[in-house]
Write a protein that binds this ligand. Sequence first.
Ligand code: NAD
Length: 483
Amino acid sequence: MAKKLKNYIGGEWVESSATTYTPVINPATCEVLGECPESTRADVDQAVKAAQEAFVEWRSTPVLNRAQYMYQLKHIIEDRFEELVEMVVQENGKTRDEARGEVRRGIESIDFATTVPVLMRSDGVEDIAAGIDEDTVMQPAGVFAAITPFNFPAMVPLWFLPTAITCGNTFILKPSPQTPISMDILFQIMEDLDLPEGVVNLVQGGKEASMALMEHPGVKGVSFVGSSPVARLVYETCTKHGKRVQAQGGAKNYIAVLPDADMTASVKNIMGAAYGCAGQRCLAAAVVVGVGDAYDKLRDELVRQAQGLRVGYGLQETTQMGTVVSAAAKERIERMITEGEKQGAKVLLDGRRAVVNGFENGNFVGPTIVENVSADNILAKEEVFGPVLSLMKADSFDEAVDIINSSKYGNAASLFTDSGRHAREFKYRVNAGNIGINIGVAAPSASFPFGGQKESFFGDLHGQGIDSINFYTERKIVIERWI
Ligand code: NAD
């Protein structure tokens, strides 16, 4: 019988008061890995109370001591690195190497949190008026929550938890109910840290738990990552309840390729960007715009290489592309390809109805390439979140920029070129939060904020980097006279 997941509240594993449990299914083998509770408002309330109680002591724990926990966390995660990796593969469907990359990126966020003692320093001026000194101090703000998606079950929670708690806040995490077990393991790992009870809390569940966190008066702010409609809802709900919020949403990322680009390097990068994690990345390449002569060369080489990708179960070392996360995701992706075809797109490489020997019931979608995609085609406009690459033609650089800027999303965009002038124009004019120049996946490292514009981000301060320090602290101005 599959393990019923528990919540971790106030330093203890506690059973949820949920009446409903959702099976957590390995999308390649269909094995049931666990049962995820639909935690209730009462569970969230219990977690908020524990976090509020812990905040009193934790905020006055010296920041250097708080940072020490991060050095330890890094080491104990390294010790159980492969265990975490295997669970990411099993519950998400990506390959082992992709999961290793994800956990490694998560560890980089822990590294970043060790710099909080430096980044929480603030400024002041002596004698701002005669005998009066004025200073700013950055203080922890209270209880923060994060609501995270299925596609990076280990990395995305680590964008938030380490920095939030090292800034002196206490924390509640609600992972995706599709991939909750990686965080169950992370919280088991964190038990070895001996953090004071209630500093970190885990509530498993779905919408009810999310809503309860967003509406709870004891929660100061919410970090969210997920699809755009939910990001908008989270932004609106949190602001209505007077909370600070950073809500990172979905994406439709474009890559433009100019005729002067190195075609071999461009194709290699686009392959990784389009098919890495089976396209289930908010930074995945979704549309390639070939400019002028670049188009035909790109199309032929992309189809040739995509045909050769080995699709299979992520735990098998030979696999180059794994499954999508669920039967529902496979059905949605295949439906979108069919819809795009009806709207005039030509399918050059068809990943629908993909079957992998030995895993006949797995949720595989093969690499797919479509062309003749007009700007109003569903495959140009909407996020597919699967291994589907749309090809578009542009006659000029300017036309490519216009196509990119017509998207309602603004998460990432890349340009492949040998021209410094075009690279500069691209950085200057394209409305996307993460720009790549001769880079397929423009993923900011942990010390930089994770960009995002338009429907891809709702809020002011982004996740990661200095933005996260500002998000997780309260600035207080102190004006003093002693003489
Ligand atoms: P999702 O929006 O379905 O779910 C994200 C989280 O919100 C989950 O924890 C889920 O339980 C919760 N949730 C879902 N519906 C809700 C509702 N109605 N009310 C309250 N909470 C709700 O996203 P997903 O399918 O898990 O993840 C994929 C999406 O995330 C894609 O759109 C992808 O582009 C996006 N994403 C964005 C970034 C980024 O940095 N911008 C990073 C990774 C993923």
